[in-house]
Design a protein around this ligand. Sequence first.
Ligand code: BGC
Length: 450
Amino acid sequence: MAQAEMTFPADFLWGTATASYQVEGNNKNSDWWVWEQDPGNIANNHKSELACNWWQNAEADLDLAAEMGTNAHRMSLEWSRIEPEPSVFSNDALDRYRQILQAMIDRNIEPMVTLHHFSNPLWLVEKGDFDSDIVVEYFQRYTDRVVSTLGNLVAKWITINEPMVYFYSRYMEKVFPQPNNSGMRAGIHSLRQMLRCHAAAYHTIKDKYPDAPVGVAKNFPIIEPRLDGNRLDHWWASRISRMFNDFWLDALQDGRIRWPFGRGKIKNLAGSFDFVGINYYTRFYVKFPPGKDVIDKQWGPDALVSDGNYGEVYPYGLYRAIKHVLRYKKPIFITENGLPDARDKQRPAFIMDHLRQIWQAISFCYPVMGYYHWSLVDNFEWDRGWTQRFGLIALDPDTQERTWRTSGRLYSEICSSYKVSSDMAQRYAPQMMPVMFPGDPVSVAESQDL
Ligand code: BGC
């Protein structure tokens, strides 16, 4: 039977994403490791322990990524491994990262590397981490060492993952490892120091590899007023969205810091990004005045919600996020997108519907160049431990056994063919037929219940 196809460009990057702390295991020099040991900090007191055992054998999962047909992977480096003591760099750690990067290249998987993904060396925390005055110099030196030793293997760089999530989870929600000074002033100062670290890292990479694209991975939740919200709720939603979604990239664009994070310019910050990385998961609702948490986990009666109340499945939000960042006039990568769904009930439809949004954006000539699904394999989900499973491949952390999820097979078909087709929808997520391919005779019949 004829099938409809949403075809993607021949140079589109089909990737998966992971972060060092979540997959490597035994990251004992990180602030997260110490945080995990205190009862009550992680759901069910779960521990990362071996995580996905990448430090010993990332290659096994890279084999699976190659079998899946992906041609890109986003990973991160663990600063606490590379610089276990201040100014002491570990050649063993750098060698191991070289092996992992080479293993990707050998499998035709293009590496995108993040320098900082939520986790800090313990010594940095003692020195006051991002709230300190020394952090910019240390971050610059760490970047310099990384770029000198690994730079020829890295296709694309991301400096700092989701700075606003880091700020929010650490200083407001307080579910990330707590710094010595966890007050709001310290948080705001940290955010400004992170901008300085970003600028320093950007120029350090560009000095050595002027053609290597360097960008950001910015989480873009859609933020809306609560259902039936009043004018104040609408006003508040737009304020929160500006703070959470626009502050960071606007600062990178023109070098300026804005309300409520201060005023003034940061040297060398303006124009310091070559692409926008969108991490997109969900939409949130807010109300004014806010309750204890700024963000309300409240959904409409028909909302589809992923495991553990993580978030509403709202694919159109990805299209909205893409449109929103067109203002920066840069190439766009979807550097994370996924959901916790241990039983894989929602993921096949989730993938198809989110890719449909990207396909639609591309059909308007919006410059979306690649998609990195979070995640390749179930991994240690920060304060939620092992309670939430994001993998295209399931992992039993006790036995290290991997099992392909159906959605992994679907993603494999998509990556290998550069298309999402009505045939795939019929086989993997028939409920998507009337939504994605409404003109198809099968969907018409189904939607009319004949
Ligand atoms: C983070 C990941 C995390 C994912 C799922 C993103 O905010 O970058 O580290 O695992 O969300 O919660």
